[in-house]
Design a protein around this ligand. Sequence first.
Ligand SMILES: N[C@@H](CCC(=O)N[C@@H](CS)C(=O)NCC(=O)O)C(=O)O
Length: 303
Amino acid sequence: MPDLQLYSASLSMFGMKVEIALREKAVDLELIQVPFDNAIGYEPKHPEVVRINPKRQVPVLIHQGLELYDSTQIFEYLEEAFPEPPLWPRTLADRARARQMEHAADEVFFPHVVRLMGLQDDLQGEAASTARLAAEAYYAQMEAQLADRAWLAGDYGFADIAFFMAQIFGERLGAPLTEATPRLIAWRQAILQRPAVRPVMQRLADYLTVEGRFVPACSGCRRKSIGLYIRARYNSVMINHARLTPEEIETARQRRLEAMRSQEIEGNPLDADDIAMFEMFEREGWSHERRRAYILAMLNPVS
Ligand SMILES: N[C@@H](CCC(=O)N[C@@H](CS)C(=O)NCC(=O)O)C(=O)O
């Protein structure tokens, strides 16, 4: 049993930051995913998260009795507790720059994404355009950083991990990378290939796929998730929180978990029809609701 617990959540970019760092450092961890649902958010909060973090947020880390919260603070601890491989640069000035960039990814860039989060029904509107332009201006700055180097601050490290995760959420919520920043696209591709990053991205892709949502940046991940999506549709009721009782929601959640577990065991059987269907959704830009309705009708033609 690992002596390190990480409390995170399916859609917590801050939790995923920490998980990637732990995996980079090859630390054995117990991952506890707190309840999260698009319709009801993080309620009810996990009691350990409430007890440890006065802000009642994930990520929370427990290591040998030490209890910590906040991804950036956790990074600091991880570097000292598990020095190899180092994820902060070696020289003082580079370290300071990297810390600044790590902080900026969370506190300067990510707020634009948070704004987009609240504007998903009006991504063409003025407020969303303003947020997207601000994100793009930030992308241009990061592109300039990469003019003469492969990573944002010296060797690959916390600064890259933080901005990678924040950008993935930008990508999914309306501020995608474009041809204007080719170095940033290559940088992201290199991070996506890392063994520490792949399982985290695959889990995110699985979650989003089951929800019928867009999987950002990682087309390979999405393809792997399709079998999971189909199986989850066979096994679970469509969750519509407006109509279902709490018991029905819980039953559906359990079925979905079972579907996810069986997926883990059996791999991702895809057939050509599944792939064609998803490619059509993507090509034609179908909405989340329309995808759901289509799959429901296909699986239960009489209901
Ligand atoms: N600065 C914090 C931010 C943590 C955060 O915003 N966590 C979100 C999930 S990504 C959360 O738990 N939200 C629930 C809430 O605020 O009630 C960090 O770096 O860890």
